[in-house]
Design a binder for this molecule. Structure first.
Ligand code: 3HC
Length: 286
């Protein structure tokens, strides 16, 4: 099994830009696909700012930053993923959009053994795998935000995923300096199955007027040594993403604890989706 040297990343939002940054820093040739020039520019800006920050904090040399940037290329055409050995899709958490991207990649990527991984947080992997002609080479590879910081990757083989695909994906995670755990192909996998009910409980606490966001967050930061409380974390993840994840989990299990509370839905409808929009449970500089 050749190690992966040519990686594709589809989507350059919060997760895609983080995955691309880490991969370029670890020496991979990374091609990023975005739909619009504006989205590509915003993603590249986020990635460059993060690398610059690494230089300012003394974690990276200027040479390492420049080499990483030189390993990145951008495209608006999924056809340019033809020579990739491994492609990770990190587009919006929406079943139809993800299926469309995977089907297009399946046609575009020439090597039939190339792997198509999805960074979905909650959509069953098998549902996405069977929309392609290579279900054996489709797997879940779930990163955590911020990708350059969080050590974990969940590997989620579907019923259709081959052992070789799982092993190659494990090898890639290692090459990217991540710790992998294997997770079941159940909506929410391991981490979100535990995290999402906790985050939604915090929203319900605000909604009912029981406690203020500041007090809830401080409680969990100082009382349980969490690096950030649940409402700050929701602002980091994006309330739109959190709602989509909760909906997938609710659809799978019909458990009330996964149902997005009305306040979350209203904030998403209002566009108050967290840091990326400048406003969520807290205000942020644009
Ligand atoms: N790139 C590289 N390094 C970064 C970074 C980035 N984008 N953001 C932060 N860092 C580094 C900083 O350089 C710093 O490193 P140092 O201490 O060695 O200098 C360290 O992380 C801490 O950063 P800051 O001092 O700027 O800020 P904080 O101490 O407040 O930490 C945080 C920020 C890393 C986001 C921390 O609060 C944290 O870990 N929060 C929890 C995040 C979390 O739970 N993520 C999982 C979300 S769930 C998910 O993603 C799944 C999805 O499916 C929903």
């Amino acid at each position: 099994m050749d190690p992966v040297t040519r990686l594709g990343v589809v989507g350059c939002g919060l997760m895609g830009s983080g995955i691309a940054e880490v991969a370029a820093l670890h020496g991979l040739d990374v091609r990023i696909a975005e739909t619009t020039p504006d989205a590509a520019e915003a993603g590249l800006r986020r990635l460059t700012t993060s690398l610059d920050r690494g230089v300012q904090r003394g974690k990276l040399t200027e040479e390492q930053r420049d080499q990483a940037l030189a390993r990145l290329s951008l495209t608006h055409d999924l056809g340019e993923m033809a020579d990739r050995q491994f492609v990770i899709e990190a587009v919006a958490e929406n079943r139809d959009i993800k299926s469309d991207v995977l089907r297009a990649l399946d046609k575009a990527v020439e090597d039939p053994q190339a792997i198509l991984a999805t960074n979905t947080s909650s959509i069953p992997i098998v549902d996405l795998a069977v929309t392609t002609e290579r279900p054996g080479q489709v797997i879940g590879m779930h990163f955590f935000n911020p990708v350059p910081v969080q050590q974990l990757v969940e590997l989620i083989p579907a019923l259709t995923t081959s052992q070789e695909t799982l092993q190659r994906t494990r090898n890639l995670a290692q090459l990217l300096g991540k710790q992998a755990i294997q997770a079941p192909d159940r909506s929410g996998f391991v981490v979100n199955a535990l995290l999402v009910p906790y985050l939604l409980s915090a929203v319900r606490m605000v909604e009912s007027g029981a406690a203020r966001p500041e007090d809830i967050d401080q409680g969990m930061e100082l009382g349980c040594a969490h690096p950030m409380g649940p409402l700050r974390l929701l602002d980091l993840i994006g309330l739109d993403t959190a709602q989509a994840v909760a909906e997938s989990m609710y659809e799978e299990f019909k458990e009330p604890l996964y149902a997005p509370p009305p306040l979350l839905r209203r904030m998403v409808a209002a566009g108050h989706i967290g840091r990326k929009s400048g406003r969520g449970f807290y205000p942020y500089d644009a």
